[in-house]
Design a protein around this ligand. Structure first.
Ligand code: DP6
Length: 399
C-alpha cells in the first residue's frame, strides 16, 4: 500500500495590479463581494512580485506563516478563509475517496511569503500576497481550476492578480459570490507600447486602511452609491473598448477621471478620508500641464488608497516625462537611484516645455520612480533551490 507523502512543497510568484476603474465598497464584507465591477492592469513581476512557498508535512504540529522573514498570525480570518476554501476544493476534487498517494488534507502547513519590493514604499502588496498564497496552496494540493473566487476572499483586489494583462473583476449578482470572479479582458502582449511609472512619494503608512475606509464610504457617501449604480457600469464598457482599440487618449482620460472620482467619494465619506497629499496633487497638476502643452493625453495618473502616483504612458513618452519629473521634484541624495526598473533613455527638454510645465519644483518630494509595464499572471517556480522554506519546513536564512 502506498504511503502518504511525508513532505510536499510548492512555490509560486504573483503580480501586483493597478485598477483603472476602481473597486471601492462591499455589499458583503465576509465574502468580499463588491458594489461595482472593476478593471485593472497587471504589472510585470520583474519589478514587483510576491513569492510564496507552501509546505505540508505530517511532522508539522501547527499551521505557521512567515511574511518577509518574520513570523505572522496564521489565524488571520482572511488567511484562514483562503486555506479553508482551497482545502474544500481539494476535498471535492478527490470526491471523498481516500487517495493514499495524494497529500493528506489533515497535515498542518507552513507558508513563507516575500516581496521583491520594499513594503515600506507603500505599494499595494495584499493583492499580490493573497493571489500568491492561493496559487501556491492550489499547486500544493494539485488544483488546476480557476481560483480568483478564492483569492477574492483574501483581498478583493487580489482576484484580479490571478491573471496577467488587463483584467475585469465582475461584480456578480448571486449572494453566495460564485459569480463574483475575475476574467482576463486582454493578455499582457495586447498593448506592447504601454508603460507604467510608479512615483513613490512616501513610505508612510496610510491613515485609514482600504477595508475600513471603504465601509465608511458605503455607509455615508451618496456619491459612492451613484458611482456604483450609474457611473461605473458606463465607464467599464467604455474602458473595455479603449483597451481593445489601444486608444491611449480614451484610456488615459478615463483612468484619470475614475481615480479622481474615487478620491471624491473619499472626501464625500463622513468623516472624510484623505489619501492624496500635497505631493500627489502636485503630480496631478504636472500631468495636466504636460498633456496641455502637448495638446493631447501623453500621461495618465491613477492613485489607490495612498499618495503614490501610478502613471501610464506609451513607451515613446517615457524618457521625456521622467525628465520632467526629475526637474519638478529634484532628487535629494539618491540621484543615480532615482529611476529604477526598466531602463529609461535620456531626453533634453525644450525651453518652452520647461517654462510651461516645470513651474514650481519641490525638491525631494518624489523618492524614486519605478519603471515597469503590463505583465503575466501568477507563475510556478519549479527550481527547488528557490523555495523559501527548507526541508525542515522553516524559512531559509536569507543571505
Ligand atoms: C483603492 O482590495 O485592498 O486599491 O477587499 O478590503 O482587501 P479589501 O480591499 P482592497 O481594496 C483596494 C482598493 C483600491 C482600488 C482597487 O484596487 O480597485
Amino acid at each position: 500500500m502506498a504511503a502518504e507523502r511525508a513532505l510536499a512543497m510548492a512555490t509560486c510568484t504573483a503580480p501586483v495590479n493597478i485598477a483603472v476603474i476602481k473597486y471601492w465598497g462591499k455589499r458583503d464584507t465576509d465574502l468580499i463581494l463588491p458594489i461595482n465591477s472593476s478593471l485593472s492592469v497587471t504589472l510585470h513581476q520583474d519589478q514587483l512580485k510576491t513569492t510564496t512557498t507552501a509546505a505540508a508535512s505530517r511532522d508539522f504540529t501547527e499551521d505557521r506563516l512567515w511574511l518577509n522573514g518574520k513570523e505572522a498570525d496564521v489565524g488571520h480570518p482572511r488567511v484562514q478563509a483562503c486555506l479553508r476554501e482551497v482545502r474544500r476544493l481539494a476535498r471535492k476534487r478527490r470526491g471523498g475517496a481516500e487517495d493514499t498517494a495524494a497529500l493528506s488534507l489533515s497535515y498542518k502547513i507552513h507558508i513563507a511569503s516575500e516581496n521583491n519590493f520594499p513594503t515600506a514604499a507603500g505599494l499595494a502588496s495584499s493583492a499580490a500576497g493573497y493571489a500568491c498564497l492561493v496559487s501556491a496552496l492550489a499547486r500544493l494540493y494539485g488544483l488546476e481550476e480557476e481560483l480568483s473566487e478564492v483569492a477574492r476572499r483574501g483581498s478583493g483586489s487580489a482576484c484580479r492578480s490571478m491573471f496577467g494583462g488587463f483584467v475585469q473583476w465582475q461584480r456578480g449578482e448571486r449572494p453566495d459570490g460564485t459569480d463574483s470572479l475575475a476574467l482576463q479582458v486582454a493578455p499582457e502582449t495586447h498593448w506592447p507600447e504601454l508603460r507604467v511609472l510608479i512615483l513613490v512619494v512616501s513610505g508612510e503608512k496610510k491613515p485609514v486602511g482600504s477595508t475600513a475606509g471603504m465601509q465608511t464610504s458605503v455607509e455615508t457617501s451618496p456619491l459612492l452609491k451613484h458611482r456604483a449604480e450609474v457611473v461605473v457600469p458606463e465607464r467599464l464598457a467604455q474602458m473595455m473598448q479603449h483597451i481593445q482599440e489601444r486608444d491611449f487618449e480614451g484610456f488615459g482620460q478615463l483612468a484619470m477621471r475614475d481615480s479622481n472620482q474615487f478620491h471624491a467619494t473619499c472626501l464625500d465619506t463622513f468623516p472624510p478620508i484623505f489619501y492624496l497629499t500635497d505631493v500627489s496633487r502636485h503630480i496631478i497638476a504636472l500631468a495636466h500641464r504636460y498633456n496641455a502643452h502637448h495638446g493631447h493625453t501623453k500621461v495618465a495618473y491613477t492613485f489607490d488608497a495612498g499618495p503614490n502616483a501610478v502613471v501610464f504612458a506609451l513607451a515613446d513618452a517615457v524618457a521625456e516625462f521622467v525628465e520632467v519629473v526629475r526637474r519638478s521634484f529634484p532628487p535629494a541624495a539618491n540621484g543615480d537611484q532615482f529611476v529604477r526598473g526598466l531602463p529609461v533613455g535620456s531626453a533634453a527638454l525644450p525651453q518652452e516645455l520647461l517654462a510651461a510645465v516645470v513651474t514650481e519644483p519641490v525638491p525631494g518630494a518624489v523618492q524614486y520612480i519605478l519603471h515597469t509595464k503590463p505583465g503575466p499572471g501568477p507563475q510556478r517556480v519549479d527550481d527547488p533551490s528557490q523555495h523559501l522554506l527548507g526541508t525542515d519546513g522553516l524559512p531559509r536564512s536569507r543571505a
